[in-house]
Design a protein around this ligand. Structure first.
Ligand code: FPP
Length: 244
């Protein structure tokens, strides 16, 4: 593994059949910390540190959209101290990394109901999104207070509010009401820490995604692991329900 990581920069560029959109469930921060006898929040801090090289590598490889599951609608059930740390880390991440991400051509946006986040988090997000509004190389899509079921219900209710009685909802119209409106569906879902679950992530959009599970805990997941996931994806035969 070590050799592979050292070679991450030099590894062949997997250009054919590159996924346009990669979604990541960054799982295992808590276990990473607990295994070292540390507080779970230390794992989250390491988890944030792990995100930046992944974003940079994805942009370098030519990925168009990277969606990272940073805080789910279910995560509010965690102890308030852990929630506070996660929200604080989000603010720190945006303040320290936005300028460099902007330089790398990364546009920051969100999915999820961010109106329910603490005010400092909302303000940092508004700033980071405005700062990077013009960037076009890659979208870093942060899923915050995000849940697939919540997103679907918000979309349907929104559509119903603005649509005359008796209209029929189609897939094409429905997608325009999702938080991901305008983005391609993820081609590849990566989940770290060896768990085989969707955890309420992008339930509609992942319909035909290829799934890659890494045994690495998220703080240990690096650019070489992202490359391995993409190479694996490139061996898959995608049929979208047809015969290929
Ligand atoms: C899962 O680990 C991870 C989360 C609930 C949050 C993911 C968040 C980050 C990587 C950092 C936040 C990102 C930003 C941009 C601020 P877990 O705690 O469920 O780990 P466990 O399954 O080992 O307990």
């Amino acid at each position: 593994m070590q050799g592979q990581e050292a070679n991450a920069e030099a590894a062949p560029f997997p250009s054919q059949d590159l996924p346009r959109h990669i979604a990541i469930i960054m799982d295992g921060n808590g276990r990473w910390a607990q295994r070292r006898g540390l507080d779970r929040t230390v794992g989250h801090r390491e988890g944030v540190k792990a995100l930046k090289p992944i974003v940079k590598e994805a942009a370098r490889l030519g990925i168009q959209v990277l969606t990272a599951y940073a805080f789910s609608t279910e995560n509010w059930r965690r102890p308030s101290q852990e929630i506070d740390v996660l929200m604080g880390l989000l603010v720190e991440f945006l303040a320290s990394e936005t300028p460099e991400l902007k330089e790398e051509g990364v546009r920051i946006r969100t999915i999820g109901d961010i109106r329910k986040l603490p005010r400092p988090a909302q303000e940092s997000l508004a700033w980071a999104m405005a700062e990077t509004r013009q960037e076009e190389r890659m979208i870093l899509n942060l899923a915050l207070n995000y849940g697939g079921r919540d997103e679907i219900l918000r979309a349907v209710n929104h559509w119903r509010r603005v649509t005359p009685e008796g209209s029929e909802l189609t897939a094409e119209i429905f997608q325009q009401y999702l938080d991901t409106a305008g983005l391609p569906d993820p081609d590849l879902l990566i989940r770290s820490s060896g768990e085989f679950r969707l955890s309420n992530f992008l339930l509609w959009q992942l319909a035909y995604a290829e799934i890659y599970i890494s045994d690495k805990l998220w703080p240990d997941f690096g650019p070489a692991d992202l490359q391995a996931a993409i190479r694996d994806y490139q061996t898959r035969q995608r049929r979208f329900g047809g015969l290929g």
